[in-house]
Design a protein around this ligand. Structure first.
Ligand SMILES: Cc1ncc(COP(=O)(O)O)c(C=O)c1O
Length: 376
């Protein structure tokens, strides 16, 4: 494959070579099942528990509150579905800009009789916290789960998770945050933030795909979504994805020591691209923010529609530049993005999401900006 410029890191990231090196022995010699009592099993079990401790340390949680799942999607499904079944949740408050794995799950619960309310968002994708508070104040007696993402994967807008946690606590609501785009990228402290459930996924931070985790606050014990075994202390049946768990732990550990360095670099790339786009392409519009109110690795850009921008992603791909339409999921289909719709983005523009990693360079940005300029 010719050299590609990979600007789609919000969709997924390449595995860090150090993570892969840590994983390899668990694909070969250390193949044991963590439930086995012999040495192979004990080795695998120890590796799983080592990763759990890393996640717990990162979150400032107890290891007993961390459960590995197959992905962020499973974690979100587990929390939403089981909060209804096990914790007596009768109402869910969410937003129209959530990832489909939250939106669709919430909708399913709604079809089964749970009351669903959506918080308003503004044209930047910010949650209207005053509206959230009004919604919670209106039904203080109803057991409510608030599910709001920590950062939007399409436009990058960040949630003030601290403030929302406080509002939820004030009204006795449970708070779940899909933090798939922020885990590793930002420090977290679940002791300081009043969040009851939080989801993460390794492939967004240079770990492998098919492995995620869910943080479940010790006081809000839900029951497993996947049944049939005693793994994960009876919380998630099925033989553990040991190699994935090892990769997740190593990837997160790297961010805990090198993250600040990564962040400074990635932010400089994002800022550089925003500046260059603005200088080179008249009439360019950014969706959401281009400062610290947004994910530092996401830049959502809209350009006027014309013959070339109609096939924007296709034309970028031909030039060796990998990006997404709005999110990876929406880019394969012609369906308009629900996020862009919710923020009332101009339908006559075409949107491309550039998302960066520690591996990107300013030279790559120059090439991408030149290509985009050519098309517009
Ligand atoms: C905000 C958000 N939530 C959930 C997911 C789903 O995570 P996973 O791919 O691990 O299922 C993604 C990414 O795909 C995401 O960006």
């Amino acid at each position: 494959m010719a050299m590609k410029i990979y600007f789609d890191n919000a969709a997924t990231t390449p595995i860090d070579p150090l993570v892969l090196a840590e994983m390899m022995p668990y694909l070969t010699d250390n193949f044991g099942n963590p439930s086995s009592i012999h040495e192979y099993g004990r080795k695998a079990k120890a590796a799983v528990e080592k990763s759990r401790k890393i996640v717990a340390k990162y979150l400032n949680a107890s290891a007993a509150e961390v459960f590995f799942t197959s992905c962020g999607t499973e974690s979100n499904n587990m929390v939403i579905k089981q909060a209804v079944v096990n914790l007596g949740v009768k109402r869910i408050v969410s937003s129209p800009t959530e990832h489909h794995c939250v939106l669709h799950t919430v909708k399913t619960e709604g079809s089964k009789g749970v009351v669903v309310d959506y918080v308003q968002v503004n044209e930047k994708g910010d949650i209207d916290v005053a509206h959230l508070e009004r919604l919670l104040a209106a039904q203080p007696e109803t057991k409510t789960l608030v599910s709001l993402m920590h950062a939007n994967n399409e436009i990058g807008t960040l949630l003030n998770i601290q403030h929302v946690g406080e509002i939820c606590a004030k009204y006795g609501a449970l708070f779940h945050s899909d933090s798939v785009q922020t885990v590793a990228h930002y420090p977290m402290d679940v002791q300081a933030t009043k969040v009851h459930f939080l989801s993460g996924s390794a492939h967004k931070f240079h770990g492998p795909k098919g492995i995620g985790f869910v943080y479940i606050n010790g006081h809000n014990a839900i029951k497993p979504l996947i049944e049939g075994g005693a793994q994960e202390r009876n919380m998630r049946a099925g033989t553990e994805n040991v190699v994935g768990i090892v990769g997740l732990g190593k990837a997160l550990e790297l961010w805990m020591t090198e993250g600040e360095q990564y962040r400074v670099h990635i932010e400089s790339i994002r800022d550089y691209m925003a500046t260059q786009l603005q200088a080179e392409i008249p009439g360019i519009v950014f969706n959401g923010y281009t400062d610290n109110r947004s994910l530092y690795h996401v830049l959502s850009v809209s350009v006027p529609a014309n013959q070339k921008t109609e096939l924007l992603l296709f034309n970028l791909d031909i030039s060796g530049i990998c990006a997404s339409g709005a999110s990876a999921c929406a880019s394969g289909s012609m369906q308009a993005s629900h996020v862009l719709e919710a923020i009332k983005a101009d339908e006559n523009r075409r949107t491309v999401r550039f998302s960066f990693s520690k591996n990107n360079t300013k030279e790559e940005v120059d090439i991408a900006v030149a290509k985009l300029k050519e098309m517009v």
